[in-house]
Design a protein around this ligand. Structure first.
Ligand code: KG4
Ligand code: ZN
Length: 348
């Protein structure tokens, strides 16, 4: 069976074709980073319009690369939510319209389920069950995953998501948007221990997170420095930024690692799956790998290109649902779900 996947929940338009026997046949992506950069963040209306502009050419690209025709598509999977309402509407309307014109059914997919299952697209996929650490721009969650559609929420962030904390902190340091990759690059040149930032909820005894205070602590450092003019030499400025970036990343990584390991212990599971944009962070990967190895556990990641939003994970999640016995729905009516807790999928 061949599933076409369409992702348009935020600032990436992604399309892909997944074959349940042959695997991923092709995928194509357009990132809107350059479009939103001058505004310092995603502008929803611009995002929606750009998705409209890109969908048809990306579909053609996927069909060409996979040497397939639309007639060979058996079902169309698309991101129904959560995400930006307008952006979701564009992808959903396109998917439903396309499927209706082909007389094929559709599979509305939860964006986070796409992220969650994306490590299964890797060369050495993990087996079920596993603990999933989902760290994206909009979400930070720890989940116990027993199988496709069987997700138990263990804990989540009470305020900012990990990626959001990266982006906001990067903005405070004058780095561009999205700030995560830039901040992590800068942190690699920073010295550990120069600044000591809080580890929010490290000892809370549950699996919840809170990252808003971390960003505020960075803001305080930046303000204090601005008031201390004697230290505003250019060389000091560069060191300051790198050292703060390092302190921020050290704090955030320590909390994520400690809670993930506690979740493994709590569930008795030995596999940890990391998904979402922040899963691309090198320091996080290294720290998780080391901590897990000490407990004889193993950490699995998606291929780097599938850490951030993409169509492959949506096509794959749709295909997994079909293979798990879910029914695709007839094309036609649809509703987007900008807010949609993953827990709602239990038993769906
Ligand atoms: O999963 P994703 O593409 O989008 C959402 O569904 O939210 O994640 C994007 C987030 C952004 O906040 C971005 O700054 C962050 O992932 N990110 C990173 C890195 N690469 C992307 N954060 C830290 N280190 C990275 N290397
Ligand atoms: Zn995402």
């Amino acid at each position: 069976m061949r599933v076409l996947g369409i992702e348009s929940s935020c600032d990436e338009t992604g399309l892909a074709l997944y074959d349940t026997e042959r695997g991923l046949l092709a995928h194509a992506l357009h990132s809107q980073v350059a479009l939103h950069a001058e505004y310092g963040g995603v502008v929803p209306e611009l995002a929606s319009r750009d998705h409209i502009r890109r969908l048809v050419s990306l579909l053609r690209q996927v069909l060409k690369e996979s040497a397939s025709t639309l007639a060979e598509v058996d079902a169309v999977a698309y991101t129904q939510g959560p995400g930006l309402a307008g952006a979701l509407l564009v992808g959903s309307a396109f998917a439903e319209g396309l499927a209706a014109s082909l007389g094929k059914p559709t599979l509305p997919v939860h964006h986070l389920e796409g992220h969650l299952l994306s490590p299964l697209l890797a060369q050495e996929p993990p087996e079920f069950p596993f603990v999933a650490l989902l760290v994206s721009g909009g979400h930070t969650q720890l989940m116990a995953v027993a199988g496709v559609g069987q997700y138990e929420l263990l804990g989540e962030t009470l305020d900012d998501a990990a990626g959001e904390a990266f982006d906001k902190t990067a903005k405070l340091l004058g780095l561009g948007y999205p700030g995560g990759p830039a901040l992590s690059q800068l942190a690699a040149t920073g010295r550990p221990g120069v600044f000591d930032l809080p580890r929010p909820m490290l000892h809370s005894g549950d699996f919840n997170f809170s990252f808003a205070g971390l960003k505020t602590a960075v803001l305080t450092l930046v303000r204090n420095k601005a008031e201390n003019r004697a230290e505003n030499r250019p060389d000091f400025q560069a060191d300051f930024q790198a050292d703060v970036a390092r302190a921020f990343q050290d704090a955030l990584v320590e909390v994520l690692v400690k809670k993930s390991l506690a979740a493994l212990k709590h569930t008795g599971m030995q596999r940890l799956v990391v998904a979402g944009g922040v899963g691309a962070n090198r320091q996080l990967r290294q720290a998780l790998n080391e901590a897990a190895a000490k407990r004889r556990c193993r950490v699995y990641y998606p291929e780097l290109e599938f850490c951030t939003d993409n169509g492959a994970m949506i096509a794959f999640a749709g295909a997994m649902r079909l293979m798990a016995g879910a029914l695709a729905k007839p094309a036609g009516g649809f509703a987007v779900r900008p807010r949609w807790p993953l827990n709602d999928l239990m038993g769906a």
